[in-house]
Design a protein around this ligand. Structure first.
Ligand code: FMN
Length: 349
């Protein structure tokens, strides 16, 4: 089943039709490179980078990405318009296709720094932040947010937030369709406990038909994506894309109408990742281990997946070249289920 209209090019369907959510500790450049092997058109987001890290830290290192990752969006965390403008410009100059402001992250560290989800209570400030960025960059400036904070359940709150922020020049909103409870829940609980209310994101699209609205939160299947796309412009997928990345292998064809590139095989993707690991090691001294951690879901649900995963996540194998690790992992591909733990047969000392 196809979910695009005949005559639409992938580009005209909109940059935000599908995206992989920003996830700290997960969607680093290695992870994004891996995801790009599975889908050509899906928009990929960086982890959040704070303005402080960019202004006072090693900006080149924080902003580094591989050319293959396009289209790729930089997510910023901050609440100072002038600082955000500086960082948005840095991001554009580095080649990012979009600058996104995080107004959805509820973690304490973020609260103390006065950015993330607490900014939803300060719509005028967010508008000013957006305007400061829009004034200095040509790429789209977008906002990722929740539908409310704490116990504020009314639709009016998120409608007024979006309306105000749009005045600053933001035309794209990525809506994580649950509240953020700023006290009492961990960030993880805040991604699970506040109920999902997709209909609020749908209403935003009805009330602001000129804006691009993407819905996020709890999406795990292609059919769910298709349903959302009947109501809004885009769907953003986080944890399921990370844990079950093969889901993405069918997206170009189903959601962008692009069958020009055959769906890759898992084997081909794994081999391409080994080439990448070798290159990352030669060029930047990166150990394969920190790259492989992002592809452990590749064989999700298949026979032998558990042992295959155990090999690729075995820290004792770190000193080996990735091609040798691959050969060990290959031994388990397609093998019947076997619950005995993996033991490397070579000495790695
Ligand atoms: C490990 C992890 C880290 C995350 N880090 C960020 C982040 O840096 N910025 C952000 O806006 N959201 C972050 N999120 C939230 C996701 O972007 C997304 O909104 C959330 O997981 C809900 O989507 P899902 O149900 O498809 O995973 C993170 C989520 C996870 C699981």
């Amino acid at each position: 089943m196809s979910n695009f209209s005949v005559g639409h090019s992938p580009e005209s369907l909109g940059m935000w039709r599908l995206s992989v959510a920003p996830m700290m500790g997960w969607t680093d450049r290695h992870c994004r490179y891996f995801h790009r092997l599975l889908t050509r058109h899906t928009l990929l987001y960086t982890e959040m980078v704070t303005t402080g890290a960019l202004i006072h830290g090693n900006a080149a290192q924080h902003l580094f990405f591989n050319d293959e990752e396009h289209p790729v969006a930089l997510q910023l965390g901050g609440s100072e318009p002038a600082d955000l403008a500086v960082c948005a410009k840095l991001g554009q100059d580095r080649g990012y296709d979009e600058i996104n402001l995080n107004c959805g992250c509820p973690s304490e560290r973020v609260l103390r720094g006065a950015f993330g989800a607490c900014l939803m209570g300060e719509a005028a400030l967010v508008r000013d932040c957006v305007k400061a960025m829009v004034d200095v960059v040509d790429v789209p400036v977008t906002v990722k947010h929740r539908i409310g904070i704490d116990k504020v359940e009314s639709y009016d709150f998120v409608r007024d937030f979006v309306g105000t922020v749009a005045e600053g020049g933001c035309q794209v909103f990525l809506v994580h369709a649950r509240n953020a409870w700023l006290k009492g829940l961990s960030p993880k609980e805040n991604r699970e406990i506040p109920p999902l209310r997709y209909e609020l994101a749908y209403r935003l699209k009805q009330d602001f038909p000129g804006l691009t609205i993407s819905v996020n939160g709890g999406i795990t299947t292609d059919d769910q994506i298709a349903t959302h796309l009947e109501h809004v412009d885009g769907a953003m997928i986080g944890r399921e894309a990370y844990h079950n990345p093969w889901l993405m292998a069918g997206w170009d064809e189903r959601f962008y109408g692009d069958a020009s590139r055959p769906v890759p095989t898992r084997e081909a993707v794994e081999l391409a990742m080994i080439d990448y690991m070798e290159r990352a090691h030669a060029e930047d001294g990166v150990n394969w281990y920190s790259i492989a951690s992002h592809m452990l879901g590749l064989r999700h649900g298949l026979h032998g997946a558990r042992k295959w995963r155990q090999v690729w996540s075995d820290h004792r194998l770190k000193p080996l070249p990735p091609r040798e690790v691959w050969a060990m992992a290959q031994a388990h591909v397609g093998a019947p289920r076997d619950e005995t733990p993996f033991e490397p047969s070579v000495s790695t000392h």
